[in-house]
Design a protein around this ligand. Structure first.
Ligand SMILES: Nc1ncnc2c1ncn2[C@@H]1O[C@H](COP(=O)(O)OP(=O)(O)OP(=O)(O)O)[C@@H](O)[C@H]1O
Ligand SMILES: [Mg+2]
Length: 358
């Protein structure tokens, strides 16, 4: 049964949100892999980067600019820091939203030393004038600084030290063509398999001094939506439970009990995900139903349903977005323990299964 008047959830505080919680940055820093070899998963990006970095090292030049793209929590920031560490280079960190004025960027660029890594997070949110300055900097290691205003203004070319730009983005589609073209290499980060997430959890458990039995590790990995950030967070919630309600050891049963408290089910769906599926199946016979109708039925904002719930439900093969509206797949009925009506034929029988790579 779903509650029509469910309090609006804060998507950023939900245990299964891929976005970092407030105050979570600190523990994430502790858990960041430091070397390419410590980095679990992403075999393709790792191999490609290894070649880019090694070749640059042999030629004694800074490597090409690198763009890291992919959903939140998959390790883009961690990878940027690893690139700098592997190059034995200093890293300067900024973000698209912080570069509102071209002058902010000019100051950063002119302070770079040769071989430094400049990391720009959320690079798709960079303001236009800064972006245009970046073109020249990336291509020719030069900026044009405009001095003065109006007709008397002159532009003074300024040399900057050869550097490597590492950009990260959750929305590579939002990058302009000219910016994208100036990166020599784009690493496309993919969701992690449950087996890879087990390694992530084991590693974090060791660092945090948490005892988790292998079945417990597997259970956490399976519910983490292909995302290391979520895996590490669920591990910490399991630790809390194991310490307060058990003897500190995270057995499979302790993990299950802990995640039940946080409303995280066997497939990594939370209360809102299940409310959406329940409304879709029970109230609308499986759909198709419009997004806004569905959002009203679960008492949530349209954007929360669309941006927080749906991507994972689609990826898990439980919900399909069709031109006529949202549709529950057979897997959704099954997950809720329901039987689809006899005449029911899901529109999209070819929905991706849980851990298909996109
Ligand atoms: N491959 C990995 N191995 C081990 N831990 C990882 C890995 N990838 C990410 N993590 C952990 O997951 C957390 C989030 O990683 P990170 O901050 O690098 O993600 P991100 O892609 O930059 O996310 P965002 O898009 O929100 O900036 C960190 O605590 C990091 O330690
Ligand atoms: Mg990041």
């Amino acid at each position: 049964m779903h509650d029509e008047h469910m309090a609006q959830s804060d998507p950023e505080a939900a245990p299964l949100s891929a976005l970092p919680h407030r105050g979570e940055r600190e523990v994430e820093t502790t858990l960041r892999p430091r070397k390419l070899d410590d980095f679990v998963g992403q075999p393709r990006v790792r191999e490609q980067l290894q070649l880019v970095l090694e070749s640059a090292r042999r030629r004694g030049v800074p490597p090409d600019h690198v763009l890291l793209s992919g959903p939140p929590g998959l390790g883009k920031t961690s990878m940027a820091m690893i690139i700098a560490a592997e190059l034995d280079a200093a890293i300067r960190i900024t973000s698209g939203p912080a570069l509102e004025r071209a002058g902010d960027l000019a100051a950063m660029l002119s302070n770079l030393a040769e071989g430094d890594v400049l990391f720009i997070d959320e690079i798709h949110r960079i303001a236009r004038p800064a972006e245009e300055m970046l073109y020249l900097a990336m291509e020719d290691f030069r900026v044009d600084v405009v001095v003065g205003k109006g007709p008397g203004a002159t532009s003074i070319p300024l040399e900057i030290a050869p550097f490597t730009l590492v950009g990260a983005t959750t929305r590579s589609g939002a990058l302009t063509g000219p910016l994208r073209d100036r990166f020599g290499f784009t690493g496309q980060m993919e969701f992690y398999s449950p087996e890879e997430l087990e390694l992530v959890v084991e590693r974090a458990a060791t660092i945090l001094g948490i005892t988790v039995e292998p079945e417990g590790t597997a259970e956490i990995a399976r519910r983490s939506r292909g995302t290391p950030r979520i895996a590490n967070r669920l591990l910490r919630r399991v630790r809390d439970y194991a310490e307060v309600r058990a003897d500190g050891r995270a057995t499979r049963d302790v993990v299950r009990a802990a995640l039940r408290v946080y409303d995280v089910d066997e497939l990594g769906l939370d209360r809102l995900d299940r409310a959406v599926l329940t409304a879709l199946t029970r109230s609308f016979g499986g759909g198709p139903v419009g997004l806004s109708t569905l959002a009203v039925a679960v008492g949530e904002e349209t954007t929360t349903v669309e941006e927080v719930c749906e991507p994972y439900l689609v990826r898990a093969g439980m919900l399909a977005r069709t031109p006529r509206g949202r549709v529950a797949t057979a897997a959704a009925w099954e997950h809720l323990g329901l039987r689809p009506p006899p005449e029911y034929s899901p529109v999209d029988g070819s929905a991706p299964t849980l851990f298909d790579q996109p």
